[in-house]
Design a protein around this ligand. Structure first.
Ligand code: APR
Ligand code: PHB
Length: 402
């Protein structure tokens, strides 16, 4: 087999990249480890930045999003038993975010890709990358138990944190920056109407809690827990009791309960590998960086990388101009680090740390007070939350180059 860009992984990074390349008339083949059913059902995050929503509409894959997405013009920060609204439309030039599950995005992208007759090879195993520092890289893998070889001009490593692309970069090339957090999130889906029209990020002495949703009938709720929390110790009653305590207010606000349909524990980590390129391999999304979920940035960051990479491939194939490809890593990393900063800031603002001192605690409360009482501070939160501009979006203007 031969293609122009071999894409490893059919997550948000790989699928958005493939759609954007198609728009530039560039051929790609996607190799995905799991089955279509698996990637279309796996429960993950579900909050889309303003630009991500716009992109789905531009790509002509926004029809279900338009019908089922829930637009949110703000969030609530809850602490000391009181809620404080951050109004995005007012603070971030009329922008909002949209609740729409990541696996629904995946379904829309897979359907569009297959409808266009473009290949996604599901359940490919033993993917290995070769000759990355030559002009003729190739990928070997097994599909339907047959050994295959895919020759290409470039490889896009979009295979997430545990994929094979980043480890294919020779030792000593990448510098890794990381931070683990001494806690995780216990997340549930419940058949209960969301108790609030907007997300609630709650700071509480017992630990952080987040109220989110998937639809007018389904709530998504999270509780700060130990990073190695044993789920078997968490009965449904214990989960609800803990949520009630962490969301309690002085004005009698009520959390509605319903049957819990899914439970899981997620670890929290910040991670960046630099540069996001080696020879003809370009890393995008979780393959290159991880953020803790507090700012809901993982998916959106993957989409931003895909946009920058697609613009760069576009310039290469249209004009033989490899400048943007050479700048890909630096262009992405500049935004990646700002998003890392925001995700870390939201995380340290809202969680209880096991080793925190009374000073740390008072400073955290002052930070919450400041961000909810100063227009400048709430605006900073709002512009980051709805999403910072993507360089790839207007990268063709010389002035936007870094
Ligand atoms: N070969 C082929 N495919 C692979 C391999 C492999 N060796 N390893 C992993 N994959 C696939 C995974 O099955 C998955 O479908 O690569 C895809 C990577 O997708 P994501 O992990 O979703 O990563 P990304 O596209 O970068 O999106 C990042 O998704 O869930 C999140 O927290 C994450 O929000 C972030 C966003
Ligand atoms: C989610 O709905 O899954 C979600 C929302 C906001 C976050 C994290 C996760 O910050």
């Amino acid at each position: 087999m031969r293609t122009q860009v071999a894409i490893i992984g059919a997550g948000p990074a790989g699928l958005f990249l493939s759609m954007l390349l198609q728009r530039h008339g560039i051929e790609s083949v996607i190799l995905e480890l799991h089955s279509r059913g698996y990637i279309e059902e796996r429960v993950r995050a579900g909050l889309l930045e303003y630009n991500t929503v716009q992109l789905m509409h531009e790509l002509g894959i926004g029809e279900r999003l338009r019908r089922q997405g829930l637009e949110h013009g703000g969030i609530e920060l809850r602490f000391g038993g009181r809620g404080h609204r951050i109004d995005f439309r007012d603070l971030a030039a009329g922008k909002c975010v949209t609740i729409y599950a990541q696996h629904e995005v995946i379904k829309d992208l897979v359907a569009a890709r297959l409808a266009a007759g473009r290949p996604i090879l599901f359940e490919t195993t033993d993917v290995a990358l070769h000759s990355l520092d030559s002009k003729n890289p190739h990928v070997t893998f097994h599909h339907n138990d047959v050994a295959e070889r895919l020759d290409c001009d470039f490889i896009a490593g979009c295979d997430g944190f545990h994929g094979v692309s980043r480890p294919a970069v020779p030792e000593g090339v990448l510098t890794v920056y990381e931070r683990d957090y001494p806690f995780g999130w216990l997340g549930i889906l419940a058949d209960a109407p969301p108790s609030s029209p907007e997300l609630i990020y709650a700071h509480h002495d017992r630990g952080f809690a987040l109220l989110s949703m998937r639809s007018p009938e389904v709530s998504r709720l999270y509780l700060q827990c130990a990073s190695d929390e044993d789920l078997s110790l968490w009965s449904d009653d214990r989960i609800w009791s803990e949520l009630h305590q962490r969301f309690a207010t002085y004005d009698g606000w009520k959390l509605s309960e319903g049957p819990i349909t899914q439970k899981g524990v997620t670890g929290m980590r910040s991670f960046v590998a630099e540069p996001m390129q080696f020879g003809r391999l370009f890393l995008a999304g979780d393959a290159a960086h991880i953020v803790p979920p507090t700012g809901a940035k993982g998916l959106n960051l993957a989409v931003a990388d895909a946009r920058v990479l697609a613009e760069a491939f576009g310039a290469f194939y249209a004009r033989g101009d490899s400048d943007l490809l050479a700048q890909y890593s630096a262009t992405c990393l500049r935004r990646v680090w700002k998003v890392q900063r925001f995700s870390w800031w939201m995380t340290q603002l809202l969680h209880r740390f096991p080793d925190e001192s009374p000073f740390d605690h008072r400073r955290q409360l002052a930070d919450l007070d400041y961000v909810t009482s100063s227009r400048a501070a709430s605006q900073t939160l709002a512009e980051n939350y709805v999403g910072l501009p993507v360089q790839g979006h207007d990268i063709s203007h010389a002035g936007a180059r870094l």
